[in-house]
Structures are given as structure tokens and as C-alpha cells.
Design a protein around this ligand. Structure first.
Ligand code: SAM
Length: 442
């Protein structure tokens, strides 16, 4: 089915998997780290200037500037993943994660009529490890996919990370496109001969039958924070501390602010976080899936509309005060899956959220682990495999905190349905969606 042996990852991968790294879903509060000596970063100076000119800024504006400002943003120039970085993600922990996600896409491709072509689109691909593991599964299942025309499309704002992705997937450095107007900013061919293109925005990816993937992407999108007060909802803003000139602090807006429109009527919590950018992306994905078919698989830590303050920072695998030394730490907030579900606006069907341990178990992680262990000769590789399994599955680690959520065409869930698109053969009666029920092969 998939490669029988553990993938020979470079030594740094072994070290990374065994290093006691922090996955970002572990903490709930925004943290209270001791002040850092060097908190006046270039990003801090940029924000001070901005706040002095126009007044306190929203948390969403703060997050957007700190993470993706084209000049000084945290994601733009850092490699933040792995043992030398600030946090670790599932595909960086174990090859099995990407392999099972690859099988999920093949299972959906088969269940929806084996289209003659599809696009694999990843949002926020980090180092490209996840897409790399998926493409390896596609190669191994070449006999199943042999007549299918596959292309890869990566949506990435970080130039630094897009360089890593190019190296992971194509083994080459790829120059930036010369035409500044081009929607594609890099183009290449993967090691297995599949065309791969890079974009800054999902809207720029060609519309067509696609499988979309987002692992730990939605949690870095900017959130607005609101506090319930006797005068109604008030947005949490970020201002300069009048007592300490090189310090930022949270304040409440004196009156209503535009993002209040995103709060649901009848909201019972007294503090909430809303993420309009996530809503825009879900609407775009739902429309695309409704029009051209395919599916989206979203994996992240989050909740179903129940949590309150989840905004936090990570630096060197430690919780980090979100207001200190901006630009040197990752900022993140739990994904509200109930909001994502609402934002489909009925255009696509949704499944989940379902806990990572359940999804991976349904996808056959135990069988896959056994195959890899049986083939592994070296004790260090066996240890890496077992450690990775434990990190992904243990309820106290990532097993319960991380969730899978899927978007599918409505027809996919209707029994005996015909699928969309002109180039697909007629599917059999609707089969259960793998991962969200037990995996079945037809
Ligand atoms: C937490 S990392 C996750 C990386 C990867 N998916 C993984 O699991 O290892 C977030 C990724 O999203 C990218 N990113 C952040 N904001 C983005 C945005 N607005 N548009 C596109 N990519 C973004 C980052 O550069 C990075 O690649």
C-alpha cells in the first residue's frame, strides 16, 4: 500500500522527533513569562510608531503585523519549526501523520468517482514535510493513481519557509518569478515529477477539482478579542503602557468597534475570540468545493464554540507573553470549529471536529506503526517511531487537543449520489468518509 519501510529522514529529523519539543496546543492562557531584557525589537518599534500615530490597535491587527508583516513578520523570515525553533507540528513529529492524510485524500478521490485530474492545495505548508509525505504515498500508490493528472499548489506568505518547501519537495532552490504581477511567485517540479506552484493567497490558486489541506494554519490567523462589560461587548485593544514606555498593555475600547458584527446573537460567554479571516477562507473553500468538487481536511487544536481566552505565544518551546518582544515568538489562538461550520453557509457539508487520536486510529495508525516497526532495523528508528506515535495519539499530548474537520460536497454524503465535474466516472453509493468512521476500501 504505502512504503513498507520507515523513511530515511536526515538525522536532524530523528533528533527533532526525540527532542522534548512543545506542541502549541498545550496551553490555554496568554502566559506570564518574566520580562525579556531585549524586548525593544524592530517589530516593537514599528508597533509603537503605529500606535502613537493612530491610537490603540486591535489584537487582530497586532497578530497580523507581528506574524506576517512583509518586512519584519515572524513567519516571513524565521524557520520556527523543530528543535531549534519555537514549536513542533504533527508532520514534523512522525511520517505516519502525512501518510495517513495522503490515504485520506486517495480514499476521497476514489469515493467521489476517481476524477482524471486533481490539485493538492496546502495552506501554510511550513517546511513542506506534510505534502512531501503525501506525495510519497501517491508515488507508492502509482498503480491506483496512474491515469490521474496531479498538481501541487502551496499557499505560503513566508519567503523563508517557501525556500524550505522547495528544497523538501524538489531538492532544488527555486528562484522567485520575475514578473511581479504574476499570481504564482515560484514554480517547480517535485522529485516525483509533479508540477508545484506557490501563491500568497488561496484566491490566486486556479479553481478546479481540488483537495485542500490545512494543518496548524487556522490557529495563526488574526483574531479579535471581546470582553462582555455592563455596557455591552467591548473589544480588547493593544496600547502603550503609560507607566513604562517600552511596554505594551491590553486595554478595552471605549465604545463599539466594527468587528462586533462577528459576535453571534445570544452569545453566553463573557470573553470571546473571533477570526473573520478564517471565515473568509472557509467561505472560499466551501464555494470552490460546491462548484468543482473535492474536499478540504483541516487539522488544528480548537474547540466547538466553548472556550474563551486562548491567545498565547511560543518561543523556544516555552510559553511566551504575547506582548513581549513581538516578532520573536509565535502567536496563536484555538480554532473555533463551530464558527468554521457556520461560515460554510450551507454551501459545503462539514464533518467533525473529531479528536486526532480517533481520526488516526480510524485511518489505521496502529497497523501502519506495526509495519514500520517490523521493518525498522535500528533501535533509534524504532524509538523514534514509538515516540512519534505517543506524541500524536496520547490524550495528554496531541491525541485529544488536536482535531480533524472536513468540508465535502453535499452530494458526497448522500447515498447513491452522482458527483460533480465532467471528467469523473460514476461513483458507487456513498461510502463512509474515512477517518470520521472506520476506513473501508472498495
Ligand atoms: C504553524 S505553521 C504550520 C506549518 C505546517 N502546516 C506544519 O504542520 O508543519 C503555519 C504556516 O502558515 C503560514 N502562514 C501563516 N499565515 C499565513 C497566511 N496568512 N497565508 C498563508 N500562509 C500563512 C506560515 O508561514 C507557516 O507555513
Amino acid at each position: 500500500m504505502v512504503p513498507a519501510s520507515p523513511v530515511a529522514r536526515p538525522l536532524r529529523h530523528v533528533a527533532r522527533a526525540l527532542f522534548p519539543c512543545v506542541w502549541r496546543g498545550k496551553y490555554f492562557s496568554s502566559g506570564n513569562e518574566p520580562a525579556e531584557s531585549n524586548r525593544v525589537t524592530p517589530m516593537f518599534r514599528h508597533l509603537m510608531y503605529k500606535i502613537k500615530s493612530t491610537g490603540p490597535i486591535t489584537v487582530a491587527e497586532y497578530m497580523k503585523e507581528v506574524l506576517t508583516n512583509p518586512d519584519k513578520g515572524y513567519y516571513v523570515h524565521h524557520d520556527m519549526l523543530g528543535e531549534k525553533g519555537d514549536f513542533i507540528t504533527s508532520p514534523e513529529i512522525s511520517q505516519i501523520f502525512g501518510e495517513l492524510v495522503g490515504i485520506w485524500f486517495i480514499s476521497e478521490w476514489m469515493s467521489s468517482g476517481k476524477s482524471s485530474a486533481f490539485q493538492l492545495v496546502e495552506l501554510g505548508p511550513g517546511r513542506g514535510t506534510l505534502t512531501g509525505d503525501i506525495l510519497r504515498v501517491f508515488s507508492q500508490l502509482g498503480s491506483v493513481l496512474k491515469t490521474c493528472d496531479i498538481s501541487v499548489h502551496l499557499v505560503e506568505v513566508s519567503q523563508k519557509l517557501s525556500e524550505f518547501q522547495a528544497l523538501t519537495l524538489t531538492d532544488k532552490k527555486i528562484p522567485l518569478e520575475r514578473d511581479a504581477e504574476s499570481l504564482v511567485y515560484m514554480k517547480g517540479v517535485t522529485k516525483s515529477g509533479i508540477p508545484v506552484s506557490w501563491y500568497r493567497d488561496l484566491k490566486d490558486v486556479p479553481k478546479g477539482y481540488s483537495f485542500y489541506l490545512a494543518n496548524e494554519f487556522f490557529d495563526v490567523l488574526p483574531i479579535h478579542k471581546f470582553q462582555k462589560t455592563p455596557h455591552g461587548w467591548r473589544e480588547v485593544l493593544i496600547d502603550i503602557d503609560p507607566q513604562v514606555s517600552d511596554k505594551l498593555r491590553f486595554v478595552l475600547a471605549p465604545g463599539a468597534t466594527p468587528a462586533e458584527a462577528f459576535i453571534q446573537c445570544g452569545e453566553t460567554r463573557d470573553h470571546i475570540e473571533v477570526c473573520p479571516e478564517a471565515g473568509v477562507i472557509i467561505q472560499e473553500l466551501s464555494q470552490r468545493i460546491a462548484l468543482t468538487g473535492g474536499a478540504a481536511l483541516i487539522a488544528d487544536y480548537g474547540h466547538d464554540g466553548t472556550k474563551t481566552d486562548t491567545f498565547r505565544g511560543f518561543c523556544s518551546h516555552k510559553l511566551h507573553d504575547v506582548l513581549i518582544a513581538p516578532g520573536t515568538a509565535d502567536l496563536t489562538a484555538d480554532v473555533d470549529f463551530s464558527y468554521l461550520r457556520r461560515m460554510t453557509q450551507g454551501k459545503a457539508a462539514s464533518l467533525g471536529p473529531i479528536q486526532q487520536q480517533t481520526f488516526l486510529k480510524n485511518m489505521g495508525i496502529d497497523v501502519r506503526l506495526k509495519v514500520l516497526l517490523d521493518k525498522a532495523d535500528e533501535p533509534s528508528v524504532r524509538q523514534q517511531l514509538l515516540h512519534g506515535y505517543n506524541m500524536l495519539m496520547n490524550p495528554k499530548k496531541m491525541g485529544e487537543r488536536f482535531n480533524f474537520f472536513a468540508l465535502l460536497p453535499h452530494q458526497r454524503l448522500q447515498v447513491g449520489s452522482h458527483q460533480m465535474g465532467t471528467c469523473q466516472s460514476k461513483p458507487s453509493a456513498s461510502s463512509p468518509v474515512a477517518g470520521f468512521g472506520e476506513l473501508t476500501w472498495q
